[in-house]
Design a protein around this ligand. Structure first.
Ligand code: F0G
Length: 458
């Protein structure tokens, strides 16, 4: 039987419809940087699944009744109750969003010159490691190199490489191992429970703390129930609880699987580390019972964390993404296989094979989707991951030229997604008409957000 979303739409927001001329003007005024296009000029916004999902009536009712007390509010205790049940970490700190959790935790764990090892660091995660003078090193599994293979857990860390690093000359420099579930920088692919178990054993053996970046813990848990033998009959909540239990702690943005506009938490076992984080939290984020979150957001995430683990919700969200993946494939556009949940990663390098990495095929495809259909998404290719010289010339391309098409939770209907596929099909009919792009200006850190680009002369 076909699944369907376990909710109906009760409040809606109009979306802007623009002309081709308006979009050309908006994109050129934004110097071809998607982050600088005003949302009122975007029809379908697939830039991110972060903080962009629809909230439920239950979340809004809880938010309206939130307790604004500075210390020990009822909203904090409700939030604590939900997170305690899920994670079993004795020390929990609310933080206003994921990157703040990273900053508070990493600055209490890492020293300059140390190494952070990960399946893939998300961009703010990498920046927070590097700002401390430490090195962020990604060790994705070998299966991740084949974009077309149907391997179920391409988000895994390379265990052999992890052990080699821990036991080799760099071993004493390793300050933490951080596993991102699901692996957002790595095609949105899940991490298996077997991989998490093995990481835990290696971290124990070498005395290194093991943390989760659990922004999409529920979606990872769902994919484990679908793909990993031995977990088929477990609920996503049971799987998520076991994942949290394997690690020494976590950072978790709640703008994704908290289905909330704002929020995050840090979970820890080590009481000494928790004390160091708490001082930093109180000085820079807020008192330990709100940590930079408004009481109404504590309520929204407490409710959202329960809703996100409902099997009917996860099943229908997964099928929605799979449906878009099939339409996109039928249109002649390849994606990183197999489709995950929060996003599709389009293989722009293959579709726009006439554009070399130095002409940024991923960026070119993202711009074309905007120009043709008012759809906003973002490049994950050489512009994001490549190495450049001071004159903004590409020295070393990224391994792949991708575009991430993120799907906000409970926000768009199948008709919206079918429209996205139609726009892509139009581009795929005449890919060679899509122009190249060049970098006009770019900062050294977090280049993506502050780029200025131009279309290369035809
Ligand atoms: N970790 C992961 C895996 C993320 O995807 C994000 C954010 C963060 C940490 C930071 O959390 O936004 O609450 O500060 N990802 C968004 C995205 C922005 O579009 O993928 P935050």
């Amino acid at each position: 039987m076909k699944s369907f979303p376990p909710y109906r739409i009760q409040v809606v927001k109009e979306i802007p419809v623009t002309t081709r001329a308006e979009r050309e003007e908006a994109l050129s005024a934004a110097a071809y940087n998607m982050f600088d296009v005003p949302a009122r000029k975007v029809t379908i916004d697939l830039l991110t699944d972060s903080g962009t999902g629809a909230v439920s009536a239950a979340q809004e009712a809880a938010a309206a009744a939130a307790d604004r007390s500075y210390a020990g509010s009822d909203s904090y205790y409700r939030f604590r109750g939900v997170v305690d049940k899920l994670t079993s970490y004795p020390h929990i700190f609310p933080v206003h969003q994921g990157r703040a959790a990273e900053r508070v935790l990493f600055s209490s764990v890492l020293r300059p010159g140390q190494l952070s090892l990960s399946n893939t660091h998300f961009d703010t995660t990498r920046a927070n490691v590097e700002l401390l003078g430490a090195e962020a090193r990604d060790l994705p599994c070998v299966e991740a190199r084949d974009l077309d293979s149907a391997e179920p857990f391409k988000g895994n860390i390379d265990l052999a490489e992890l052990e080699r690093t821990l036991s080799g000359p760099d071993g004493p420099r390793v300050g933490q191992v951080l596993i991102t579930i699901t692996n957002n920088g790595g095609g949105g692919q899940p991490v298996s429970m077997a991989n998490l178990h093995a990481v835990r054993e290696l971290c124990r053996r070498y005395g290194v703390p093991f943390f989760l970046d659990a922004a999409r813990f529920a979606e990872n848990a769902w994919l484990v129930t679908e793909r990993e033998p031995g977990y088929r009959h477990q609920t996503p909540r049971e799987v998520a609880e076991q994942a949290f239990a394997l690690a020494d702690g976590c950072v978790a943005s709640l703008k994704k699987d908290g289905i909330s506009p704002m929020g995050a938490f840090i979970g820890l076992r080590d009481p000494e580390l928790a004390k160091r984080c708490e001082v930093n939290l109180i000085a820079t984020e807020g008192f330990r019972t709100y940590g930079g979150m408004a009481s109404h957001d504590l309520e929204r995430v407490a409710q959202g964390l329960d809703e996100v683990l409902e099997p009917d919700y996860l099943r229908s969200r997964t099928e929605e993404t799979a449906h878009l993946a099939r339409l996109v494939n039928d249109a002649g556009v390849d994606i990183v296989q197999p489709a995950g949940i929060h996003a599709l990663y389009l293989n722009a390098g293959r579709l726009l094979s006439h554009i070399p990495p130095s002409g940024f095929p991923g960026h070119a495809l993202a711009c074309q989707m905007y120009l043709e259909g008012g759809i906003r998404c973002v490049e994950l290719g050489s512009l994001y991951l490549g190495k450049f010289d001071a004159g903004h010339n590409l020295l070393e391309p990224a391994p792949f030229e991708l575009v991430r098409v993120a799907i906000p939770r409970r926000t768009y209907t199948l008709a919206h997604l079918e429209y996205v596929a139609e726009v892509l099909a139009g581009i795929a009919k005449n890919p060679q008409t899509v122009p190249e792009y060049r970098v006009v200006d770019a900062p050294p850190l977090l280049r993506h957000f502050n780029l200025k680009m131009a279309q290369a002369a035809a």
